[in-house]
Write a protein that binds this ligand. Sequence first.
Ligand code: ADP
Ligand code: MG
Length: 353
Amino acid sequence: MVELSQNAENIISIQKLKKVYSTEDGDKIALHDVDLNIAKGDIYGIIGLSGAGKSTLVRCVNGLERYDGGSVSVEGREIASLGKRDLRTLRRSIGMIFQTFNLMPSRSVAENVELALLDSGLDKRSRSERVAELLELVHLSDKGNDYPSELSGGQKQRVAIARALANRPDILLSDEATSALDPNTTKSILRLLKDLHDTLGLTIVIITHQMSVIKRICNRVAVIDQGSIVEEGRVFDVFANPRASLTRAFVSTASNLGKVNDLLDDGSELVSRKPGWLLLRMKYAAKGVSEALVSHISRTFGIDVNIIFGDIDVVDGAPLGGLVVIFEGTEERNKAAIDYLKTRNVEVEVLAR
Ligand code: ADP
Ligand code: MG
């Protein structure tokens, strides 16, 4: 069977991308052999540590950075083959937001947004109308006359989002846009991005070093390490079964199920053993595990179940995560409960008995 290398639905398609920076200390390979396909309508997460090559990758996608090999195609157009004019047109179909917001301090909120429309061919009045529309879209209708210094970080990022969407792009690139924001503000910005994705049909690429950001809104994720992609897939699958060691490290930062090892090491009272006692970690590793498992096994197998740690989140519409629990039953009952859990797609790992 022939496998198609390029899906016509891919709005961004990257093959064998290579980027080298020449520095005083010699050549620095920032990206090599990067293959990435992003479908129209994806909220696609790219996660990696600092220096992994994330910003370089997005700058290659919007033509801010020339590359040294491979191909980057956006809406079917190869970036490297575009002249200055076509590149300008292309950039208009791509919005971009950053960690540092990049607002002009001497301009009002409305003026900052309007700056993006100066090349649009719209007259002053149409520009004002469009700015009003955009500010409404990001829930800042009452802030048009304020200056950036008067705004909170979350509000500044909303202005930057309005500006990025001014020319009705199909794609929004977000480079660490929530990295300078507190957790609640991060949530509200991510919710806004999700709403804009749903209402405007945007394709969004989210660059981050935080797994929690990926978990909250992305449908697919790529993990980048030292300039190449080490893992890629649906967010649920990557969280449930991370393969690369870097991915495992990222996934465990978003979970507290490893803390039980500290309890065991410290010889905590909470985990002192006795007959019929079993300490185990249960992981929901597949979609479709949504029934009342704990009460079910407790009732059906007649064992006491004591939850020590829990970390269950809804990812892509399905519960994902797990529990660290103590079973107190007889050996046979404990075993029957474990066998039952395994038939329900729950991974069970006995930590102590
Ligand atoms: P990230 O966004 O994941 O933190 P970057 O794409 O900014 O990573 O950087 C990737 C690598 O390329 C890093 O080692 C960085 O030092 C190097 N790099 C980035 N920009 C330049 C540049 N303009 N000149 C030289 N090296 C650079
Ligand atoms: Mg960066």
